[in-house]
Design a protein around this ligand. Structure first.
Ligand SMILES: C[S@@+](CC[C@H](N)C(=O)[O-])C[C@H]1O[C@@H](n2cnc3c(N)ncnc32)[C@H](O)[C@@H]1O
Length: 246
C-alpha cells in the first residue's frame, strides 16, 4: 500500500470509529472482554474495542482487508501491545475452531448485507462464553432513504429503474445487486425469534429523511409495493444472547 492509500484508510477508520459509541456502546461495552468483530471491514471496531478497554479483539470479514492502516493507528494510539488480529474467514468456520472464546460479539453495518441471517446468528451462538452477549447495529435498511447504499438520501433505489441506477451509480451497482439483503426491521426481529435469541434490547431509529418521502410515494409505488412503516425505519440495534448464556 502506498503511504497516501494508508493515510486515506486511516482517515476512513477514524471517521467510522467516531460513530461507534452512539451505535454500539449501549448495546455492548467491550471493557475487559474478549471481543469478536463480525464484518470488521478495515478494523474500525478493533480500534474502538481497544479504546474501551477490551482484553482482546479479533475481526473477521469475508473480504481480506489490508491491516496496515489499522496497525498504524493502533501503534499511534499506544495499543501496540493490545492483542488483536483481522482474519478473512466466515463465522461458521470460526465457530468450529474457536467455541466458547468470546464475551462479546459486535457487528456494525453488516447485517443489512448478510444473506443468511439465521445461519449467521446460529453460528454466533457457540462462540460465546457463559454471560456472553451479541451487540448488532444494522443501518441503512433497504426501505430507508439510504437503503440502496448509493450514496444518496432520497430512496433512489426504490423509484429509479434498474438501468438508470446502473448508469448513474456504476461503481455501486455490484454492491447494490449482490450485497444488500432487503431486510426490514420485522424480518430481523423474526430471524432473532426463529433462532431463539433472548432479546435484551431492541431499538429502531426512524429515518431522518422521512419528510422527503411524501412527494416520492407515487413514483415509488409505480415500481413496487412498499410499506410506509418499513420506509420510516432506517436502523435496528439490539443486544441479544441465548438461554445458556444468561
Ligand atoms: C459496510 S461494511 C462495514 C464494515 C465495518 N463494520 C464498519 O462499520 O465500517 C460491511 C462489511 O461486512 C462484511 N460482510 C458482509 N457479510 C458478511 C458475512 N456473512 N461474514 C463476514 N463479513 C461479512 C463485508 O465484507 C464488509 O466488509
Amino acid at each position: 500500500m502506498t503511504p497516501e492509500h494508508i493515510a486515506t484508510i486511516k482517515q476512513y477508520i477514524l471517521q467510522r470509529v467516531a460513530g461507534l459509541d452512539k451505535a454500539l456502546l449501549s448495546l455492548g461495552d467491550p471493557r475487559n472482554k474478549d471481543v469478536l468483530v463480525f464484518g470488521c471491514g478495515m478494523g474500525n471496531e478493533i480500534l474502538w474495542s481497544a479504546r474501551h478497554g477490551a482484553r482482546s479483539a479479533l475481526g473477521i470479514d469475508l473480504s481480506s482487508p489490508r491491516q496496515e492502516p489499522l496497525d498504524a493507528l493502533m501503534a499511534e494510539e499506544g495499543f501496540g501491545n493490545f492483542s488483536y488480529a483481522i482474519h478473512e474467514c466466515n463465522v461458521h468456520d470460526l465457530a468450529l475452531d474457536h467455541p466458547g472464546q468470546y464475551d462479546l460479539i459486535v457487528s456494525n453495518g453488516v447485517f443489512e448485507h448478510v444473506s443468511d441471517l439465521k445461519g449467521v446468528l446460529n453460528a454466533m451462538r457457540p462462540l460465546l462464553r457463559p454471560g456472553g452477549r451479541i451487540a448488532i447495529y444494522a443501518d441503512g435498511l433497504w426501505f430507508s432513504a439510504i437503503g440502496g447504499h448509493l450514496g444518496k438520501t432520497n430512496w433512489e433505489h426504490l423509484w429509479m429503474a434498474p438501468h438508470e441506477i446502473k448508469e448513474q451509480f456504476p461503481e455501486r451497482w455490484h454492491a447494490y445487486i449482490n450485497h444488500l439483503n432487503r431486510m426490514t426491521a420485522v424480518d430481523f426481529l423474526q430471524a432473532l425469534r426463529d433462532v431463539g435469541a433472548v432479546v435484551l434490547q431492541f431499538n429502531v431509529r426512524s429515518d431522518p429523511y422521512l419528510r422527503n418521502a411524501a412527494p416520492l410515494m407515487d413514483a415509488i409505488r409505480a415500481r413496487q409495493q412498499v410499506s410506509p412503516t418499513d420506509m420510516s425505519i432506517t436502523s435496528v440495534g439490539c443486544e441479544i444472547c441465548f438461554l445458556e448464556h444468561l
